[in-house]
Write a protein that binds this ligand. Structure first.
Ligand code: V55
Ligand code: FE
Length: 550
């Protein structure tokens, strides 16, 4: 072997000093996500470890690139986690209430390979499960074996270089589904659906977390090339109601809306068009209506060709709130205009006669520092702080052109949730990770440039009151998930579960369990993990009575 051919190519990757969101990804180097409020909730991940799973031995190749994760480049300064783990009987502080029986699943991006041009939303989907029963907790984590994960593992290299940008793919990515399954995980038809909005779901076994189907199409009933990360469930019928945007391919203005029965058969669908193409991350479903909000996070193919990520924030665009009837042909769809706003998640939605109500966290401007502003405005953290708003329209009025919007509460935060049994129904109780700036700062942390997500707030819409679980500024809370106290528990009566990162312990992760009737009493139990896990985007609770038998 010649000296030349045995040489390894080492790609040098300079950690970036600042947020490079306004530079094209092809020239910017590593993009730091910055310690913004939004990503504070998707708190930082860390740790190192070997790639698990069975891979072929390293093929002798002159082209092999050294796998090296440069420090301080990704996920707010932390490295990837990458370890797939099993812990039987986790260390528990306090006492797990004996009536908690089920599994808490969470998913988030975790780098498989170094991604010099990567943004936090583009890591590979890593799923964790906390199986809780009889006062004990077993932990398991596995990567979703997406087509993309498998192709990259085989190539021993990253093949998808820029977020949702096919023009920057390695040629070896051709024909491989680009879905990362890194955004949300829900339980449907005895399987976990691991979801990314640019691709069909990936199904996983709820007990082993083995990937079952890396391209799940509802037996062909999913006519869209994409599927949202935020399907809804109608608990009375067991139906899933869902959609895909950019449904016919890159930059297409088609949205496929559908519902399927509990066994995976699509029972209804409609095709609709959007006023402009952009991110439709979540949607709203009531008993009567389906609603979408188009926000100025616009798809931009021209910029993709220049090496930028899929989206750019176009502050000249309005928002559009679109409403159609469930079960119809989609021709009744009406769009109502509103001002520039960023909104990502629906807490809950309901209809009352011909009125549709949708509760979302909303901010004045772009909330994602790594999706650049199109017109060069610097990222504005103040304008990116979101709070709960209620959007509504009265569809019996034929002449209205705009939707109504009301701020419900002053608390700032992101990732709102509800008691998921009340999806599509009138509801009263919601929850959201928030930052309480009124509390004293932990002295050991000194003068912090930002407040971490230090609380979970419970909202009671019946009298617009709130109560708060405050964990302290030495911890950063990720999204919470509601666990009913028992099968017949009243709305919102039960527990919140979610992961906290301990900032004074290098971000080490704990699962905290809080009683929703005693939000300010502190956790009833804390499950200690012996490491800092990757950051979660969303999570899902599956009650033990719904899980398949082992
Ligand atoms: C979101 C998350 C994503 C994504 C698009 O929270 C939007 C919003 C984790 O990936 O690709
Ligand atoms: Fe989401």
């Amino acid at each position: 072997m010649s000296k030349e051919s045995s040489q390894r190519v080492v790609i040098s990757q300079k950690p970036s000093q600042s947020n490079d969101a306004n530079q094209p990804e092809s020239t910017s180097g590593a993009t730091s996500m910055g310690r913004r409020k939004f990503m504070g909730t998707l708190a930082v991940a860390a740790g190192t470890g070997a790639v698990a799973g069975s891979l072929s031995s390293l093929a002798p190749s002159a082209q092999a690139e050294t796998v090296h994760f440069p420090p301080s480049s990704f996920l707010g300064g932390a490295g990837p986690f990458r370890s797939e783990c099993d812990i039987r009987d986790c260390d528990i502080e306090g006492e797990i209430p004996s009536n908690i029986d089920g599994a808490f699943y969470r998913v988030g991006p975790d780098w498989q390979y170094p991604a010099p041009k990567g943004i936090p939303f583009d890591g590979e989907g890593h799923v964790s499960m906390f199986r809780i029963a009889n006062g004990h907790v077993d932990f398991k984590s596995r990567y979703a074996r997406t087509q993309r994960y498998n192709a990259q593992a085989a190539a021993r290299a990253r093949l998808f270089n820029v977020y949702r940008n096919p023009f920057m793919d390695d040629p070896r990515a051709k024909g491989v589904s680009r879905g990362t399954a890194n955004t949300h995980i829900v339980y449907y038809n005895q399987k976990m659906l691991a979801l990314k909005e640019d691709s069909p779901p990936v199904t996983m076994d709820p007990l082993t977390l083995e990937t079952v189907d890396n391209y799940y199409t509802f037996e062909g009933g999913l006519m869209s090339l994409t599927h949202t990360a935020h399907p809804k469930f109608d608990h009375a019928t067991g139906e899933i109601i869902s959609f895909g945007y950019e449904a016919k391919g890159l930059d297409t203005d088609d949205v496929f809306v559908f519902s399927a029965d509990p066994k995976g058969h699509v029972t209804w669908h409609a095709w609709i068009k959007v006023p402009y193409v952009g991110m439709i991350h979540d949607f709203a479903v009531s008993q009567k209506y389906i609603a979408f909000l188009c926000i100025p996070m616009a798809t931009n193919v021209q910029r993709m060709k220049e090496g930028y990520v899929h989206f750019a924030w176009d502050s000249t665009l309005p928002t559009w709130f679109g409403v159609l009837e469930r079960g119809g042909d989609g021709k009744d769809l009406r769009w109502f205009k509103g001002p520039e706003r960023c909104a990502t998640h629906v807490m809950g939605a309901f209809s009352d006669g011909n009125k549709m109500y949708v509760d979302m966290d909303m901010a004045l401007k772009n909330q994602f520092p790594f999706f650049p502003n199109l017109h060069g405005e610097p990222f504005d953290p103040k304008a990116a702080a979101g709070s709960m708003h209620r959007l509504s329209v009265d569809l019996s009025k034929k002449d209205i052109r705009e939707y109504d919007m009301e701020q419900l509460y002053p608390q700032t935060g992101a990732l709102p949730r509800q008691d998921d049994r009340y999806q599509t129904l009138p509801y009263r109780i919601g929850f959201m990770p928030t930052s309480d700036a009124s509390k004293p700062v932990n002295a050991k942390l000194g003068n912090m440039a930002f407040r971490p997500t230090n609380s979970w707030t419970k909202f009671d819409h019946s009298n617009r009151t709130t109560s708060e679980f405050w964990i302290g500024d030495d911890s950063s809370l990720q999204e919470c998930c509601f666990v009913p106290r028992n099968k017949d528990a009243a709305e919102g009566d039960g527990y919140l579960v979610g992961v906290a990162n301990r900032l004074l312990e290098g971000g080490r992760s704990d699962l905290v369990i809080v009683d929703t009737q005693h939000m300010d009493a502190g956790p009833v139990a804390t499950v200690h993990l012996p490491f800092r896990s990757y950051s979660q985007v969303h999570g899902w609770w599956v009650p033990g009575w719904d899980l398949p038998k082992a």
